[in-house]
Design a protein around this ligand. Structure first.
Ligand code: FAD
Ligand code: SF4
Ligand code: SF4
Ligand code: SF4
Ligand code: SF4
Length: 416
């Protein structure tokens, strides 16, 4: 019997999955077992769309359809939890299995604290994550740094610090460090990320530490919950998953790589945040950059911390409608509401049509708040400093007091 804390190598015996899988297909095999055994009603995973720059979320209910979700898409920058909130009723009536990167796992926890999701009905299989590449950046990078037509690329992988592509006529790898010095490589938020092995998930899977004859053919699994242990045991029992104890040297290598990645993340934080300056200088940089904003609301729509029925940025008292440049109050509201809980997922930056480094600004503020209040978002069920207030309940409470104190006092000041 497997238990929380166990470490093992795992791979599938299902030839169809193994052929498409990244590293032995343990993740996809676990999902196949979860669906077949009715442990979950549906699996939310990621699959290739028109090409490898186009990662699509997909809901699978037939175990035989799972093979198409196998493989790692390093240009897949989707964040999955908000899709469950928006389109799957917050998992309140469906048991869902979902493959998560570290930022997905963190967003799950933050949404669950805000009662937008039911974590008890969700199983998370985490994948270790060194980072993902913005698909638009990937195309430019492949054309400019590799000198290859991005449309001819049919395969990509990140291995031993290199971003490697397979294209019609050959393959080529360039070190991620070199790519990043040239302004390409992983997304800026990924460089600063320190959630490399998502232990908040039920299982954490990756290639770090798989050595010897299993290298490239198995996944290193860390069992992070009893739910994860039960899933794994069930899959092994049906024969779709095989496991063995990891090489002790591999365990040490995995720990060393994780440590090196964490130090790299801290280095990028220092570099990015120092680049923003401090105090008044930092404020001026943020005001200048955000003055390009066209108030398309995409950053709010994608942010896992934003879920309000009635967003304050749409209140004309705060943000006058129809004005460009948009009042800085729009961004101040976002900073005030989100900075304590930002999980640095990068979504607000990825989707911004004006290329405003929103994630950098929010993350820089978050780390200061984290130092002040000690609140680390996305790792457990602890509430944030801006403790959760259910918006509808708060409105009802205000209505029941007979007056909406905030607006009445502003527009009809009470007699002194
Ligand atoms: P498979 O059976 O092939 O299943 C892969 C699962 O990942 C599927 O459920 C698929 O839908 C999902 N998936 C694919 N792309 C994405 C995506 N972009 N976002 C969310 N889910 C996705 N392991 C390491 O040890 N070190 C790393 O640095 C590392 N970086 C990674 C970066 C990314 C962006 C991803 C997606 C994975 C990374 N991994 C890393 C994990 C590793 O590549 C394998 O996913 C893992 O070992 C499981 O292998 P498997 O054969 O069991 O998975
Ligand atoms: Fe991976 Fe972290 Fe980037 Fe998310 S933010 S894709 S977990 S490196
Ligand atoms: Fe993610 Fe941006 Fe929201 Fe932070 S502010 S959680 S980086 S979308
Ligand atoms: Fe996000 Fe604040 Fe709007 Fe809510 S009110 S959606 S937290 S910006
Ligand atoms: Fe403004 Fe960009 Fe947010 Fe759109 S996504 S509202 S342009 S900051």
């Amino acid at each position: 019997m497997t238990k929380k804390g166990d470490l093992l190598y795992a791979w599938t015996t299902d030839a169809g999955i193994r052929e498409k899988a990244e590293l032995g297909g343990a993740v996809t095999a676990l999902w196949k077992y979860a669906l077949a055994s009715k442990t979950v009603d549906a699996v939310l995973a990621v699959t290739k769309g028109v090409d490898l720059y186009d990662a699509k979320p997909v809901i699978i209910t037939d175990p035989d359809d799972l093979a198409k979700t196998a493989g790692s898409l390093h240009c897949g920058t989707l964040l999955l939890p908000k899709l469950i909130k928006k389109y799957l009723g917050g998992s309140k009536h469906t048991r869902i299995g979902v493959t998560v990167k570290g930022c997905d796992a963190m967003a799950f926890y933050e949404l669950a604290k805000r009662r937008q999701l039911d974590l008890d009905r969700i199983i998370m299989i985490g994948v270790n994550c060194g980072g993902s590449v913005n698909p638009v950046t990937a195309r430019t990078m492949i054309a400019e740094k590799y000198g290859i037509d991005p449309n001819t690329v049919y395969r990509e992988e990140i291995d031993k610090g290199q971003f490697i592509i397979g294209y019609t006529g050959g393959h080529k790898g360039i070190s991620v460090d070199e790519l990043e010095e040239a302004g390409f490589g992983r997304r800026p938020n990924c460089r600063r990320c320190t959630m490399k092995i998502p232990r908040q998930a039920d299982l954490a899977c990756g290639n770090w530490g798989v050595i010897g004859s299993r290298a490239g053919k198995a996944t290193f699994v860390e069992v992070c919950s009893e739910k994860g242990a039960a899933l794994l045991d069930g899959a092994v029992k049906t024969g779709i998953l095989a496991t063995e104890a990891p090489d002790p040297k591999g365990i040490g290598i995995r720990a060393k790589i994780e440590d090196a990645m964490l130090r790299l993340g801290q280095m990028w934080r220092r570099r990015d945040f120092e680049g923003l300056g401090e105090g008044r200088d930092r404020l001026q940089v943020i005001m200048k950059e955000t003055s390009r904003c066209i108030k398309c609301y995409q950053c709010i729509s994608q942010c896992p911390i934003c879920y309000c029925v009635d967003c304050s940025t749409k209140n004309p008292v705060y943000v006058p409608p129809g004005e460009l440049p948009v009042s800085f109050m729009f961004h101040l509201i976002r900073f005030a509401h989100i900075a304590d809980s930002c999980v640095n997922c990068g979504q607000c930056e990825d989707v911004c049509p004006m290329e405003i480094p929103n994630s950098l600004f929010m993350h820089a503020q978050h780390v200061e708040l984290e130092k002040m209040f000690g609140y680390v978002p996305g790792v457990d069920r602890e509430l944030p400093p801006h403790a959760f207030v259910e918006e509808r309940a708060e409105r009802a409470r205000l209505a029941n007091t007979g007056s909406d104190m905030i607006y009445e006092n502003v527009f009809n000041p009470l007699p002194r």
